[in-house]
Ligand binder design. Structure first.
Ligand code: PEP
Ligand code: MN
Length: 337
């Protein structure tokens, strides 16, 4: 950390900063300039008390970190990039993985029909919410355990792995009994007690970026999972809230490129929540391949106009098939399989 003192700080004030830095476990190294004095604090910032509190001193101008705040997820920890293997499918390898399925599990017929169709189109995992985080308490909340059972039936039928959201710490055990991948949704991606409980389940975790989360905050949420002993994390960009209203969210593909340089974890894209409209899901999927994403999670439904959640953004099953066909040349061009 670098502690920058205000101009005209006195020697006594510099000494006060030096004392505080030492007290917090760092080795102080003052650099006295003509205009200003800075005190470099030497020590691992990740395992020591933060020095940011020093900004409370009236003669301190700013405190700047020189190290990143995350270590396990940092690219430095694994420069090659890590692969998360689930049911024999690796995320983060050469194969571009596609997860697809309805926003919500609604009925046996709906989920089985969808599972068969998305598998035929090339998806390797089935998504579907059994516990739904809805903005209104009057909207469909999901089939809960019955929905999980239907997902398990779809897996038995097709062999597709199951990705489904866990909304609360109390449900982690139940959801983990059925799912191959626990999804932590955008509304919960800084719910650290839920994240820690999910990490402890030992299941792979799909960590969405929160809708108003910085990339650093997103990576620090992932750091919670790795620092609790679970390295099976897949990051998912799903759009952030901006002033734009012709899309539901603003899909931040720049964040995908940044995440791929900052962390070794696989990063996938959710163009469905990102767009909020089915007509541009294909275009955003192709863009995701080009920017270096490791996969996609796409909402597809046999009859989107009848969907109990997110109808406007779900593609039909034939549209999903066409989308996957259209994606192939882009996957090849990106040197992926
Ligand atoms: C979803 O995948 O249906 C969902 C609710 O996603 P998010 O948490 O990204 O909004
Ligand atoms: Mn949805």
């Amino acid at each position: 950390m670098i502690v920058v003192l205000k101009q005209k700080a006195t020697r006594a004030q510099v000494d006060a900063v030096i004392r505080e830095v030492r007290k917090l476990g760092y080795k102080p190294h003052p650099i006295i300039g003509v205009e200003r004095t800075v005190v470099a604090a030497i020590g691992d910032e990740r395992s020591r008390h933060t020095l940011e509190t020093l900004t409370a001193l009236p003669f301190v101008d700013q405190v700047m970190p020189v190290q990143r705040r995350y270590k396990f997820v940092s690219r430095e920890a694994n420069n090659k990039g890590s692969q998360v293997e689930i049911r024999g499918h690796a995320f983060g390898g050469r194969k571009f993985q596609v997860i697809a399925g309805p926003c919500s599990v609604e009925s046996e017929r709906q989920i089985i029909e969808t599972a068969r169709a998305v598998k035929k189109a090339g998806a390797t995992f089935l998504r579907g919410g059994a516990f739904k985080p809805r903005t209104s308490p009057y909207d469909f909340q999901g089939l809960k355990q019955d929905g999980l059972k239907l997902l398990a039936r779809a897996r038995a039928e097709t062999g597709l792995g199951i990705v489904t959201e866990v909304l609360s710490e109390a449900d982690v055990g139940l959801v983990a009994e059925y799912a191959d991948v626990l999804q932590i949704g955008a509304r919960n991606s800084q719910n650290f007690s839920l994240i820690i409980a999910a990490a402890r389940s030992g299941k792979a975790i799909l960590l969405k970026r929160g809708m108003s989360m910085t990339i650093e905050e997103w990576l620090l949420s992932a750091e919670y999972i790795l620092s609790h002993g679970n390295s099976k994390v897949i990051l998912c960009e799903r759009g952030i809230r901006t002033f734009e209203n012709m899309t539901r969210n603003t899909l931040d593909l720049g964040a995908v490129a940044v995440a791929k340089t900052e962390t070794h974890l696989p990063v996938i894209v959710d163009p469905s929540q990102g767009a909020g409209r089915a007509d541009i899901v294909g275009a955003l999927s192709r863009a995701a391949v080009a920017v270096g994403a490791d996969g996609l999670i796409i909402e597809a439904h046999p009859s989107p106009q009848e969907a109990l959640s997110d109808g406007a953004q779900q593609v039909t099953l034939p549209q999903f098939f066409d989308l996957m066909t259209g994606l192939k040349p882009f996957i090849r061009a990106a040197d992926r399989l």
